[in-house]
Design a protein around this ligand. Structure first.
Ligand SMILES: [Zn+2]
Length: 269
């Protein structure tokens, strides 16, 4: 997300908005103020809060908030550049450039909200602190606060903002911690390792994304079933937990133990 924000920051503020819209009915989540309220205004730039991109207007009156979910993509098209036929959202700038949101697949999950700054602040209030540069001390407090399985805790945006399921896999692997480990059981040394792994992996991801790397090069553990672990060479394993699939290295993370599928074991109990 941070890589996207940096890419869009300059271009979106270059020209005033000529026409905001159309937007897909399932994508635009607000109707008051209407999208057309953006017409004639300019964006100040691109901001980010966790996985949400924010485009405040330079008069300080409105904020366009975009949540891409997993399949949404935002692109800035130069004047005359070919774009998708039916984008989920289009913002046309004076001079002909466009900002377009597309979403692969038929399910429309990405969302766009046009809000006042106050409403945007309220919308973002329930997010936890940013993951990047969180630090060991705040992380220790979070871990001690309630006992949660690490994979689920890392993904919970209300607790720590900015880590999705794929990065949770990469981070726990680097920290050599089991995805099923309970947060309250971590030693202070393990919390420090986890905090360092969060920064190292998110920074690695940011750098790769900025260079335009695809998922396959970015993720080393996530979605890498049976591929050799980049540390020990053992095959990466996977397990279903809650509604997610977790990837991990049994050698590096669980002392050789294969984790049980939590969905299945619940059914068989
Ligand atoms: Zn390993």
């Amino acid at each position: 997300m941070e890589a996207w924000r940096r890419q869009l920051d300059g271009p979106v503020s270059a020209f005033p908005i000529a026409k905001a819209g159309p937007a897909h009915i399932a994508t635009l989540k607000t109707f008051d103020p209407p999208l057309s309220a953006l017409d004639g205004r300019g964006f100040e730039g691109a901001r980010r809060r966790a996985k949400r991109l924010l485009f405040p207007t330079d008069d300080g009156e409105l904020v366009l908030l975009v949540h891409l979910m997993t399949a949404g993509r935002l692109r800035y098209l130069q004047a005359g550049e070919q774009g998708p036929k039916t984008p989920a959202l289009q913002i046309a700038f004076e001079g002909g450039a466009r900002l377009v949101l597309t979403e692969a697949g038929s399910k429309k999950r990405a969302g766009v909200w046009l809000l006042t700054p106050e409403a945007a602040a309220a919308e973002l209030e329930h997010l936890g602190p940013e993951a990047l540069h969180l630090g060991a001390e705040p992380l220790a407090e979070i871990c001690a606060d309630e006992s949660r399985r690490l994979h689920s805790l890392l993904r919970d945006q209300r607790v720590i903002a900015g880590i999705g399921r794929a990065w949770a896999n990469e981070i726990l692997h680097r920290a050599r911690l089991s995805p099923y480990a309970l947060s309250r059981d971590l030693t202070s040394e393990e919390v420090e390792r986890l905090a360092a792994a969060i920064d190292a992996e998110l920074e690695r991801g940011l750098e790769l994304r900025e260079r335009g790397a695809k998922d396959k090069r970015t993720y080393r553990v996530h979605d890498a079933l049976d591929e050799p672990c980049y540390v020990c060479g053992m095959p990466i394993a996977r397990v279903d937990f809650e509604e997610h699939t977790i990837y991990y290295c049994p050698e590096c993370q669980t002392g050789g133990r294969i984790l049980k599928d939590r969905r299945l074991s619940r059914l068989l109990r």
